[in-house]
Design a binder for this molecule. Sequence first.
Ligand code: BGC
Length: 253
Amino acid sequence: MQEHKILGIDVGASGMKGAIVDVKTGKLVADRQRVETPKPATPEAMAIAFAKLVKMHDNYQGVVGCGFPSVVKKGVALTASNIDKSWINVNIEQIFSETSGCQVFATNDADAAGMAEMTFGAGKDQKGTVLLITLGSGIGTALFLDGKLAPNTEFGHILLHNMIAERYAASSVKDKEGLSWVEWGGRINEYLCYIERILSPDLIIIGGGISRDFENYRRFITTECRVTPAQSLNAAGTVGAALYAHHCISKQP
Ligand code: BGC
């Protein structure tokens, strides 16, 4: 039994990505697989898509870690910004376990990505205040103090120009509004500067698909603290989801 190889699934508002992860090294054991997130993204429809993605993998020991785009407490979704509102108060672990036949452990998607980067990537051995920000359909955040996570921070929902920040500066907004790098770079810089004023972080790590394109917008960032892309780029959420499941099963009697 290879208990250190676990299936991690990063559930997003547009797609779900899964890969078997070696939780000792943080490396993907095989290529990531993806399925579309159904629209509307209701619990029932998403559970079917989740189960389909699980079946695309073998060698996962029946344990799956899931990063989910909402506040998650004890496996339950408490918010739903970019998924169907019927998710609120639904037990993610229960519905995904029932449909996939696996033991599923769920945590916030940004917290998962943050855990991966703090363990293996850009945040490894970083003391002080570190904030990982995932940019995708929404903006997710994971806050660490001396390596310890304060779960379920939602700094993507602070107000900027009287708008929820993620509606102004998420990478989906760049696509939707057809913003150039200069335009979007200005917006993300405003967001990062505001975050810096509130939290005075020592390091900001950028995750999500757009972390790949960091060279296109790094010149617009004027924060005093260092801002760096996630080392595992967009795979951080998948790796972190597997790490979370590993952490949960290690605590089981
Ligand atoms: C949600 C967060 C999530 C982020 C990234 C936000 O809309 O409120 O919980 O982490 O999107 O998916």
